[in-house]
Ligand binder design. Structure first.
Ligand code: ZN
Length: 207
């Protein structure tokens, strides 16, 4: 079978995922690096000196200066959860690996949790993704066009009817202040979503 560059794009394999995020400690380190890229800072006094404590299975940072305690998961998507971070990370991985979305029921089976738990995880992750995308709301002069990705395989129908191509809708907003525009690409089934910034000086969208 001929290769289709879209279908065979590189991603994180399951063994690679478990190697990097298979233990609670690895997930904690990953979350800590995202929250405090330059190391812990006390949210109250900005101090860097701290002790690391444990509250049950949760990592807690206590400021040496003002003794304020900050849980690693407080203020994050995982706040208040009793689930291990490994379960959350696996859910994020699984959802990111499928083109057509993953139901709460499928998540229940794959994570080995109850349906209400799977539903909550699913709901929170979908909400977080929606919140993230909302930041890229297009405003001002918005231009929309349809386009196709792929078509690497030979044979089959040509043009828009080709089964080798993935249709998507691309939208750009042109701003007058920064001369930058956000370029958003939606797959037509709205399950895949990619955003990237593009300089307004670059060429027109390729079809
Ligand atoms: Zn402090």
């Amino acid at each position: 079978m001929a290769m289709n560059r879209i279908q065979f794009q590189a991603g994180l394999s399951m063994p690679a995922f478990f190697k990097d995020y298979g233990t609670e400690e690895q997930c904690e380190q990953a979350l800590e690096a995202v929250r405090w890229p330059a190391g812990f800072r006390c949210p109250r006094c900005e101090g860097a000196a701290h002790y690391v404590l444990r509250d049950g299975n949760r990592k807690v940072f206590q400021c040496r200066g003002c003794r304020h305690q900050a849980s690693l998961i407080a203020g994050t998507l995982f706040q208040g959860t009793k689930l291990p971070l490994t379960t959350w990370f696996l859910a994020i991985y699984l959802i990111s690996q499928v083109k057509t979305g993953l139901s709460a029921l499928a998540l229940k089976r794959q994570l080995g949790v109850s349906y209400p738990t799977a539903w909550l995880v699913h709901h929170k992750l979908m909400q977080a993704m929606a919140d993230r995308e909302r930041r890229y709301l297009l405003v001002g002069n918005v231009q929309v066009d349809d386009a196709y990705l792929g078509g690497e395989r030979s044979g089959g129908k040509a043009g828009r009817g080709s089964e080798n191509k993935v249709p998507f809708i691309a939208a750009v907003s042109l701003t007058t202040t920064t001369h930058e525009r956000y370029d958003q690409s939606f797959r037509s089934d709205r399950t895949r979503f990619a955003t990237h910034r593009r300089s307004a000086t670059r060429g027109a969208m390729k079809k």
